[in-house]
Design a protein around this ligand. Structure first.
Ligand code: ZN
Ligand code: ZN
Ligand code: ZN
Length: 272
């Protein structure tokens, strides 16, 4: 999540609604406000991504907004900018700019306010596809950022495939990797349970047909040898109870899924 949750970027007229011309100019002179471009000001601590979006003429949108809010995203590092329906794309070289612009119109209380979480999810669905949408959706549900009314709005504006993903989503997914693996195993028709406890091992990420354990290790927390020992102990324990374990890290799930899937399918064919 971004360290600055407030956006802290305003237009000149938004600033003028709150304070006098003199005091704004004094604040700029003292370094408490910076001019991003003509008529747009930010505090020095304002979110760097939001400042960049503002310099392109909009606010954070889509995956960039989701990342700012701390949602799990299939990060590509692109700048997604919400232009609403009517903004002008700005910048030194606006014609050759690589920012990804979103032109869907929607309500916003101020010029650089983020889209609502349901709108962010809709933008991700249309811009980045089903998998990126699904992990962000489960992350938003897990973090309690999607109200019942918001979910209803999203269901009303999204297409049938999106509605199907909403039905399949849960509010207790532990990580984006887990969400992604569950979604990718869906076509196989296995019974995939998440976060269930099994005897001798405790809580596991995914349990397929009550037999195969799949653990998805996050980005940074499995380098230390103490973690490695803990994982090996878990695997030995579950094997002694007749389970088989497969363990995939971020790189395998994101960049070498074919291999991971072949491992799962081959292992499932050995099921007693
Ligand atoms: Zn986008
Ligand atoms: Zn941010
Ligand atoms: Zn741009």
């Amino acid at each position: 999540m971004c360290s600055t949750s407030d956006i802290e970027i305003w237009t000149w007229s938004e600033l003028r609604a709150e304070s006098s011309r003199r005091s704004i100019e004094r604040l700029v002179a003292a370094g408490g406000l910076e001019r991003l471009r003509r008529g747009v000001y930010a505090t020095p601590t304002a979110c760097a991504d939001a400042r960049e979006a503002a310099s392109h003429g909009g606010s954070l949108g889509c995956e960039s907004a989701a990342r700012h809010l701390g949602l799990w995203v299939l990060d590509t590092g692109d700048a997604h900018v919400w232009m609403r329906g009517h903004r002008h794309h700005q910048g030194d070289d606006a014609s050759g700019c690589h920012c990804i612009r979103h032109w869907d119109d929607g309500p916003s209380a101020s010029t650089f306010e983020l889209p609502s979480v349901p709108r962010i999810l809709l933008q991700i669905y249309r811009c980045r596809g089903t998998e990126a949408f699904f992990v962000a959706l489960e992350s938003a549900r897990r973090l309690g950022l999607l109200s019942t009314a918001g979910l209803r709005w999203l269901r009303g504006v999204i297409d049938q495939a999106g509605q199907d993903l909403i039905d399949f989503s849960r509010a207790d997914a532990d990580s984006g990797l887990e969400s992604l693996v569950r979604l990718r195993l869906r076509p196989f028709g296995w019974d995939v349970r998440t976060q269930c406890r099994i005897v001798g091992t405790g809580r596991v990420d995914l349990l397929v047909d009550g037999w195969l354990i799949i653990e998805t290790d996050g980005r940074d927390n499995h380098d230390e040898s103490s973690f490695r020992h803990r994982d090996l102990t878990r695997d030995a324990n579950s094997a002694s109870w007749g389970h088989v374990s497969l363990r995939f890290d971020y790189a395998l799930v994101l960049h070498d899924w074919d291999l991971a899937e072949r491992a799962i399918v081959a292992t499932m064919s050995l099921r007693p």
